[in-house]
Design a protein around this ligand. Structure first.
Ligand code: FAD
Length: 599
């Protein structure tokens, strides 16, 4: 078998890499010891906890520093390495270096080689052969990649853990009909699968080791489905889900209209199958609330088009947040917004101004955003571990749909900044060039996102969440490469627009608006599980900053880890379950691909 041969011939390398993995676990622990105090750190000092016991670390100490050098890997006990001449104490210089420098290494391939998770079932082989026979234009590559395209498909994930899964084969549909064929064969052979769009999902099941968009079964890579068309008379765009938001925005610009999508150009359409927080959310609600129709292949291989007005209106409603649970979406018809010129850009605030900044943000979430429904403020407060230091980048992205934001951001504009590149610019440029897009798309690390939610809160409560995160960041410094605290406000105007467009199963009324707290971090896969546990522990801690009575809002599935079971927090969960039973009566989808639980 090809996979077996490959493993045999690579066995010595695999062993070496396995040793590296183990050593890097301990190396990470040594980061903590070698970190110098950060001049950026002004608050939240805390006692430091070791990641492993002193005894183990001391025994291994001599080899810890040696191992990464042997393998020539540039992640060592100093964290991210920057170009000579970059001052790691200067957030702006660090920010610029991070934009121009590729990440030190993409660990996806490495992880797949070290700890390949694969399934040698003969049934899977037969299913792969059948798909290849039915769709000869598709690339059949077996369990071992032989083409750059396949390597890209199986190793390039935002969360490198997903790349640990080696699929039995990869198939690249080019049309809805191809997807119908694939779905029927998946069912006939009763095999597992995953759908991959752009691979930015961080969803990962720690028990099964399977990812939301990776699998040991059959990987359906949508990247050859990128068609876009636009009907100027209705303002509706039909687009296929094999492209990133940056690509789609660039194509749509020629029509002078925009599809409401993600806030970073590098992220993909999976976002709008789980709701989707957009720069335009103050105007329209969630990205999926602008969906006029979904083209979708159901669990039994039937192709349908679901709209608000046809016999599949229940599915149209469910698919807005159902992610991969209702079928394979082959195209979306979206109501667009006119205009492609926007005002926006990135700001970095000094840490000693964060009290003022959080005060301005408290005003923004408590009324400011509702007054300025064409605007959006996205905090991405981030500690990078660079050259043995924590370098804090207090990044805030500002967006306004138009050229003049007027008084929208006035509370922020009176605060000194370290960096400010806000300007009038084409929307695709804004999406692709924002600092967060440049710096938060490090594929190949153990990247994780976690969701927490609260009602709208005051400045003191906001500060409590910030302090808890900062304390965590100090305590675990050196074990992560990037650690981010982010907030997204869901406004009254956005919720009202969502309701007006049929609403969705998250089931939040247009009442008061609310706030999602998102934690994101990137670390080395070898220590990922440990960091995951620690960061996950922070989510309830943050929620404790507000009274329990204010915590009955939904978690956000796109940001939640599997164990958080976000669907169970949805107001519309009962109806969602009924619709799921109707369209996937034998639960084929949920028992054959990884996704969020309904029970
Ligand atoms: C850096 C970063 C920034 C982010 N910014 C935002 C943001 O601004 N707003 C927001 O709401 N979320 C945001 N997210 C979360 C994002 O919405 C999810 O990670 C989303 O799943 C990414 O979709 P994808 O297509 O890139 O990923 P993928 O991993 O390819 O797919 C994600 C999920 O969608 C499923 N899927 C993909 N294609 C199909 C299809 N055709 N039919 C059915 N199911 C399918 C996959 O199986 C998988 O479960 C961000 C995430 C990251 C990592």
């Amino acid at each position: 078998m090809r996979a077996g041969h490959l493993l045999l011939s690579r066995s010595s390398l695999s062993h070496l890499l396995l040793i590296f993995t183990l050593l890097s676990t301990f190396t990470a622990a040594s980061f903590v010891r070698s970190r110098a105090p950060s001049p950026q750190r002004t608050a939240g000092a805390a006692s430091r906890r070791d990641l492993i016991s002193d005894t183990v670390e001391n025994i291994l100490h001599p080899v810890i520093h040696f191992a990464p050098t042997v393998l020539g890997i540039s992640i060592n006990n100093k964290g991210l390495q920057l170009d000579n001449g970059t001052n790691p104490n200067d957030p702006v210089q660090v920010s610029q270096a991070l934009q121009t420098q590729p990440p030190p290494i993409d660990l996806g391939q490495l992880l797949q080689d070290i700890t390949p998770n694969y399934n040698t079932s003969k049934t899977l082989d037969s299913a792969c052969s059948a798909i290849h026979t039915a769709l000869p234009n598709n690339d059949y590559v077996g369990r071992v990649c032989t083409t750059p395209e396949c390597i890209q498909s199986t190793t390039h994930y935002y969360n490198a853990r997903q790349a640990g899964n080696r699929p039995a084969c990869v198939t690249y549909p080019t049309s809805s009909q191809d997807v119908v064929t694939i779905m029927k064969l998946l069912r006939e052979y009763d095999v597992t699968y995953a759908i991959k769009a752009v691979g930015h999902s961080t969803g990962y099941n720690f028990t099964t080791a399977l990812g939301f968009s990776s699998t040991t079964g059959i990987l359906i890579d949508m990247s050859k489905m990128k068609a876009v068309s636009y009907d100027a008379s209705t303002g509706i765009a039909r687009w296929e889900p094999g492209q990133s938001w940056g690509e789609l925005a660039t194509t749509m610009a020629q029509y002078g209209a925009q599809v409401v999508g993600g806030r970073l150009g590098a992220v993909g359409p999976g976002l709008s199958f789980g709701g989707g927080i957009s720069w335009y959310s103050g105007q329209v609600g969630f990205a999926s609330d602008t969906t006029h129709a979904f083209e979708i292949v159901l669990a039994d291989g039937t192709f349908i088009i679901a709209t608000q007005d046809n016999q599949y209106s229940d599915l149209w409603w469910a698919a807005k947040v159902g992610m991969n649970s209702f079928g394979i979406i082959t195209a979306v018809h979206s109501r667009t917004l006119p205009g492609t010129t926007t005002y926006g850009g990135s700001v970095i605030f000094p840490t000693d101004k964060m009290l003022d900044v959080l005060g301005a943000y408290a005003n923004w979430i408590n009324g400011g955003a509702d007054k300025c429904k064409k605007g959006f403020v996205l905090p991405a407060i981030t500690d990078f571990f660079v050259e043995s230091l924590i370098t804090r980048l207090n990044i805030f992205e500002f967006f306004f749909d138009g050229t003049d934001p007027g008084e929208c951001f006035k509370d922020f504009n009176i605060i000194n900044t370290l960096y400010d590149d806000r300007k009038v610019q084409p929307y695709p440029d804004f999406l692709n060039k924002a600092l967060t897009n440049q710096q938060f798309v490090f594929s190949g690390f153990n990247n994780a996102l976690y969701s927490s939610v609260t009602d709208l809160i005051n400045k003191d409560q906001l500060l409590a969440i910030y302090n808890a995160w900062e304390e965590y960041s100090v305590q675990t410094s050196g074990a992560y490469l990037q650690n981010t605290l982010s907030f997204s406000v869901i406004t009254k105007t956005g919720l009202a627009a969502s309701q007006a467009n049929g609403g969705n199963a998250m089931g939040v009324s247009g009442g008061d608006g609310y706030l999602w707290v998102c934690y994101a971090e990137g670390s080395i896969p070898a220590i990922g599980a440990l960091m995951d546990t620690k960061l996950f522990g922070l989510t309830p801690q943050a929620a404790q900053a507000v009274p329990k009575s204010q915590r009955k809002l939904p978690l956000y599935a796109n940001y939640a880890r599997l164990e958080q079971k976000p669907f169970l927090t949805y107001g519309g969960i009962e109806l969602l379950r009924q619709i799921k039973k109707k369209y996937d009566p034998d639960n084929f989808i949920s028992s054959h691909t990884t996704g969020h639980d309904f029970y």
